[in-house]
Design a protein around this ligand. Structure first.
Ligand code: PA5
Length: 432
């Protein structure tokens, strides 16, 4: 039996841009990077725990998460998730990808994300939304000291204690952090909040498939077991050197060396917006070092064809495009364009056709037009939207990102650059 293909990497559109020989030149390098990523001795920041975590988490632990999440989801109308960067984006990405970007209109508990900015207006709005509802709060911070999250947490702890009292709010607040006596860990121990551990050897942007993502996603009705199964399958598939994950890394590196310094990740479904935000952080923080790296950007079509389409077609040719689409849309709805007698909008030629069909033609036309304009286009085609495939896709990007960073010669797992603004900001806050 031919194995069911979860992701197809279509390279037809770059046939004339990248030769077979260029690919073959990478064989040795890829071999070395693969061995390095899986070796005992690793001379870079050793945060490789994500490679094996999906296969290592026990059945018992998955069950514990499910039992806990059942209790929480019954207790609240609204789940507040406090987190930023890797402690935020993956959760939102998975939720919107699997459910909808209008998740809150169709599901209970609703979810609101705070601690991912420092806007007083934003936090004020969420507090107002929470006023007459039953609330639970999940703070997620690996370092347990990120200012955006810790400020939001103080505000929400006060809110919860006023609403429920100290003891009752302990049953509604839970923390996901490194259990290394950081500030959040100390608060949680002192206040008796439930704690989920983030392994020391997994960095924020590679942590969505740990308790960081698994706990809130399970509360929000996602089948986390299937996500993990998809990731385990990807892990197995990418142990073989000839795989689509390494192929994607090689293509990116070849294009980068051909002066394509920007990658545009594009797709035709609004539900992909946060997956792309997560992907941007993953690749941006992993690769952008030593004055090197591909700048990751994203566009959602057809919306952005009406804003950035001109540039992609005809602007400075410094980018390549990776288009993500689905092979089977397999939805439980069916919206066809109705026939109209007067036909004043001249759309009767589409009467009876699904909106999805028109979207797919826009996809074909866009890929054709952009590649004809000499933009290298890579197409990642996902079989269909489900938990298993999402787990596979997340792992695909994580591993290809680590390999891509090594191809550039940078450390995939550190982020020294993000400290500079923080040092200045704390200096300003303490001296003013
Ligand atoms: O990937 C990273 O390491 C960062 O984006 C972090 O996830 C982000 O800064 C949040 O950090 P923390 O989870 O410690 O609050």
């Amino acid at each position: 039996l031919e194995r069911y293909i979860i992701i197809n990497l279509n390279t037809n559109y770059i046939k004339n841009i990248i030769s077979k020989e260029e690919f073959v030149e990478y064989n040795q390098k890829i071999h070395e990077i693969h061995d390095l990523l899986h070796s005992k001795n690793y001379n870079y920041t050793d945060k490789r725990g994500w490679i094996d975590f999906p296969a290592q988490i026990t059945e018992q632990e998955i069950q514990n998460i499910q039992i806990f999440s059942d209790i929480i989801s019954k207790k609240c109308d609204v789940l507040i998730i406090i987190g930023i960067g890797g402690s935020y984006l993956g959760i939102r990405a998975a939720l919107e990808f699997l459910k909808s970007c209008h998740y809150n209109y169709f599901n209970k508990p609703e979810v609101f994300f705070v601690g991912n900015n420092m806007s007083e207006d934003y936090i004020n709005n969420i507090l107002k939304i929470c006023e007459n509802k039953e609330i639970c709060v999940n703070i997620i911070s690996k370092s347990g000291s990120t200012i955006e999250c810790m400020m939001a947490f103080r505000i929400f702890r006060e809110f919860m204690e006023k609403k429920y009292g100290k003891i009752k709010s302990q049953e509604r607040i839970f923390c996901t952090t490194s259990t290394n006596n950081n500030n959040l860990h100390k608060i949680s121990l002192c206040e008796n909040y439930k704690i989920f551990d983030i392994p020391e050897n997994i960095g924020g942007r590679y942590s969505v498939l740990t308790h960081v993502g698994l706990v809130p996603l399970s509360i929000l009705g996602v089948n986390i077991k299937k996500i993990l199964q998809g990731a385990i399958q990807a892990r197995q598939d990418f142990m073989n050197l000839d795989n689509i994950c390494y192929k994607y890394s090689i293509i990116r590196n070849i294009l980068y060396n051909k002066n394509k310094k920007i990658e545009i990740m594009s797709g035709f479904e609004p539900r992909l917006k946060y997956l792309f935000e997560w992907w941007k952080q993953l690749f941006g923080e992993s690769e952008g070092k030593n004055k090197q790296g591909i700048f990751p950007s994203s566009l959602i079509y057809s919306t952005d064809l009406h804003s950035m389409g001109q540039f992609v077609q005809d602007g400075t040719p410094i980018f390549f495009e990776t288009v993500l689409n689905f092979k089977n849309s397999k939805q439980d709805f069916n919206i066809k364009l109705p026939y109209n007698n007067k036909n004043l909008d001249n759309l009767n030629y589409l009467a009876g056709k699904n909106i999805e069909y028109v979207n797919s033609q826009a996809f074909q036309a866009t890929v054709y037009a952009h590649s004809r304009a000499n933009t290298p286009v890579i197409n990642i085609e996902i079989d269909e939207i489900n938990e298993y495939n999402l787990g596979y896709l997340i792992y695909f990007f994580e591993k290809s990102c680590a390999v891509s960073a090594h191809l550039l010669g940078v450390d995939p797992f550190n982020q020294p650059g993000v400290e500079s603004y923080k040092t200045k900001m704390f200096e300003l806050l303490k001296n003013n």
